[in-house]
Design a protein. Sequence first.
Length: 474
Amino acid sequence: MVNYQQSGLLRLISAQSSADAAQSCYSLSETGETAIGRTADCQVIIDSNLYGGVSRRHAVVKPTGSRTPQGAPIWQICDLNSANGTYVNGQRIQGCQTLTVGDRIMLSHNGPEFLFEHRATQLVDKFAATGSPTPSSPPPSYPPQPPVYPPQPPPVAVSNQVTASQLFPVVSARKDLLRKGYLIPGILTVMMVVLLFIFASSPPVFNLLLALYLGGGGFYFIYRLCGKQKPWWVLFLSTLFTMVILVTPVLSLFIVVFRGILPGNVQGASPDFISQLISHFFGAGLMEELLKALPIFGFFYLGSQLRPPSRQKVGVWEPLDGIVIGAASALGFTLLETLGQYVPGIAQQVARSSANEFAGALAAVQLLIPRILGSVAGHMAYSGIFGYFIGLSILKPTQRWKILGIGYLTSSGIHAFWNASGSLARNFGDLAVVLALMIVGVSSYVFLTAAILKARQLSPTRSQNFATRIAPPN
């Protein structure tokens, strides 16, 4: 007697090379998961050079434990939160989806495509094979057949000859240095270290260089997380514009409105937490977040006056644009506020009280480092959150004022909570201040990263986003 067992099979139908074509069939396990992705621990390994949109562990195919009326196992495919999605018959799946024979599975847009099939595996009854009579009791069940994977290619012979590219890798890797080697950040770091050594005896220049490096590093982190390319001069002008505003009469006008007309006079408010929160909400939150958002509105207007593709490159047309420009504007605000107000003030105060200029310079550096680094969860986070809502209001103009109002109040509220946390020491001690600052700082960073991830999902240019790929485009 001859029996047949149905097993699952994935057949690659979009091979881009002869190697792909040679290994185009992959058997599915009936007892475990078959992982598909770029890493070596996957059962179906995708070439990252051909399919850069596939995640490291993109999806798995696994048995459901059920069988069809004909006795064939039922499999399902599950997306592993991949960056570019898993598609079955052209539709992106959420979570898992049961497979039927003939289903087409594609990993990311224009990625590798597989055809799900069944394959009959022949099982020969051992009694029929020997000619022995079949016993009255049913024959013992056969154990599940192990998955059959395509044979591994023979090992490639390694030549003992040393090539010029092996001896001088900088020549052969020059195309990837900018894309994958973080070449520019590394060069800037080396240059900054040299300059810091040179100006170690000049505190003002040393503090300026250190602030530029730390602040630039924080912004670069947010920029890489966003994955939206903007011209460098747009970002530079956003930073410079905010710094210029802070030293012009425009700032005085903001102060008159938010701290004179509105209840934002922090110095005249009561020392209790609620009074400080209200005054900081108007005098710091609403005032400073609107001021830092001016470059976002400015580049939105400038972009609307240009023609494509400059319109999209320069202007603000989606939440990612607002986040990136808002963070660049916040960098300028942090640099000028720290270097122009806080650092000189603490240096003079400590130098006078200790009669030691070195102690004042040391205290200035100790204040500068946490203030600049903290801007990632501080000013950059507040402005990035508001920038997200500004970009979202552009995508959804029918709900523009509602979106802008929620974003403005959210960023200003988080800002006010941070500033007012110091007043808790009066009634609850310094430990309460530390805990409150940690909670608000973590919350603001969580809000920012959540806004960035959602902005990447909403982005009309998601396919060009370098944060969702292995490397940014050339």
